[in-house]
Design a protein. Structure first.
Length: 487
């Protein structure tokens, strides 16, 4: 009943918002005027803005300035992804990666878990990134198995084979933030390289690679002394070329690895070997999971690793980790396609888009101009208006999963993408940033004494130069809303 009531009042909010002409604000008089004044005066003539604020107590639109103008949201797109994942998967969902055997081969059945081997999550759990593999090896050793004669078989069939979105900018490919997404992921599908000076000037630097696996080809042309070290990764290859010089220990920026499943399998095999379990065969791919999710009767499940959805939501929302967002997006798409009766559901970007659009329809939100292309917001083909984002946040607040969406967003002055902003508004603002060249977005909640009071979205597109002036506008709006929320 709660969802139905929320859908009704927010549908009316959509109608009211749709009547707003650019620059016209509805709602609470002077607050509305002050907010409109803040977002209407832009530093650059060519800049565009779409802004909307909704009072969660009444469902009324407090302010809408070009609220129905679809713009590129950048990483604020993750609000859509998180809400979609929570609706389709539920707040109690866990990604489950399964280890099984047929007596000869080992099988790993992927579930799209982005958190398997994630360094940040491992640190929070006081673990190492390869601990799960180590535990699996111990399971085999406890059964008296120290050598696997057969192959390591990877089942990645829950997702499609498209690992990098075709609309992502080619200049982003290969960077850590544009890492591919797979049904099996490890170390955020990235390579971390640290260099140290060698024994004497001019000698090759010492190189540490994480994960330390044989499928990563490091070409070391970096010398001790001289200039700073550089790392070049030809996109789509397994080559990582070090050049320049090194005077002190330097950890280089993470770089994407093009084949998530291969990286997973190679890391598993290497960890098993260190733990005293050898895998004699090759790493290969095969679908063993049935279309209904069942496994063949000849497979015995040996162990499972689970990552709660809350961990994935936090990495996507607070830390703006793109690969986590894409895994959530595809996994939600898989769930949606299965729910509507697809005989062979597969998680894909198109399936994720179907799930997201279905959510907007269920919420009663006008989808005019809405384009959902990916889960992270890295695609510049995404389009969403501030009104649509604010309404989605308001609708979500009235659902059982609302608190999980709220808590997945970044807080000012704390960890995440807002840690250096609005430190005086800590515990009052929960929001998702979005920043790309010419794009500055912010969407989320402003809390009062009794929880979330306002849902808001402020999107800027088309400016030149730094985003700092636009962030300051967003911060001022949040400050004004925080003061209003405490009255």
């Amino acid at each position: 009943m709660m969802r139905k009531e929320c859908r009704i009042f927010l549908t009316w909010a959509s109608i009211f918002g749709g009547l707003c002409a650019p620059g016209v604000a509805l709602g609470q008089g002077s607050l509305s005027s002050r907010l409109s004044g803040m977002v209407s005066k832009l530093p650059h003539a060519g800049a565009k803005v779409s802004a909307c604020v909704i009072d969660l107590r009444s469902g009324r639109v407090v302010m809408s300035y070009n609220g129905d103008l679809p713009l590129i949201p950048a990483s604020s797109q993750k609000v859509v992804t998180i809400a979609t994942a929570l609706l389709e998967l539920g707040p109690d969902f866990s990604f489950t990666t399964t280890l099984a055997s047929d007596g000869k081969n080992l099988f790993v059945i992927g579930d799209g878990d982005p958190g398997f081997g994630d360094q940040r999550l491992a640190i929070a759990r006081d673990e190492k990134i390869d601990d799960a593999f180590g535990q699996w090896a111990k399971v085999l050793k406890a059964a008296g198995i120290s050598a696997v004669a057969g192959d390591l078989v990877l089942d990645e069939s829950i997702f499609d084979s498209e690992r990098v979105h075709p609309a992502w900018d080619s200049s982003d490919l290969g960077k850590w933030y544009a890492a591919p997404v797979g049904a099996l992921n490890y170390n955020d599908n990235c390579v971390d390289i640290t260099v140290r000076p060698g024994s004497q000037a001019g000698s090759p630097v010492r190189v540490q690679v994480v994960p330390d696996v044989d499928v990563i080809n490091v070409i070391n042309k970096c010398k001790t002394g001289g200039k700073k070290p550089t790392l070049h990764h030809p996109v789509g290859t397994f080559d990582y070329i070090l050049r320049g010089g090194c005077k002190k220990k330097s950890k280089l920026q993470a770089v994407a690895f093009p084949d998530p499943g291969l990286l997973f399998g190679a890391a598993m095999r290497a960890t098993f070997l260190r733990e005293g379990v050898s895998i004699g065969g090759k790493i290969r791919r095969e679908r063993v999971r049935g279309t209904n999710g069942t496994l063949p009767t000849n497979l015995k499940v040996l162990a499972k690793v689970e990552t709660p959805i809350a961990d994935a939501l936090s990495r996507a929302g607070k830390n703006s980790q793109n690969m986590f967002a894409e895994a959530l997006f595809k996994r939600a798409g898989f769930a949606r396609m299965g729910r509507v009766g697809d005989a062979n559901p597969i998680g894909s970007w198109s399936a994720g888009s179907i799930a997201a659009n279905a959510m907007f329809e269920r919420a009663g939100i006008n989808r005019r101009g809405l384009l959902v292309r990916d889960g992270s917001g890295l695609s510049r083909e995404n389009r969403v208006s501030a009104h649509q984002l604010a309404e989605l946040l308001a609708w979500s607040h009235g659902t059982p999963f609302g608190p999980y969406l709220h808590d997945s967003l970044a807080q000012p002055g704390v960890e995440g993408s807002l840690r250096k902003r609005m430190k005086d508004l800590r515990s009052l603002v929960f929001a998702k940033t979005g920043t790309m060249r010419g794009i500055c977005a912010l969407a989320g909640y402003v809390d009062g004494d009794y929880g979330p009071r306002f849902a808001f979205a402020i999107l800027f597109n088309g400016y030149t130069g730094p985003s700092t002036p636009y962030r300051k506008i967003q911060d001022r709006v949040c400050g004004e809303l925080a003061r209003a929320a405490r009255r």
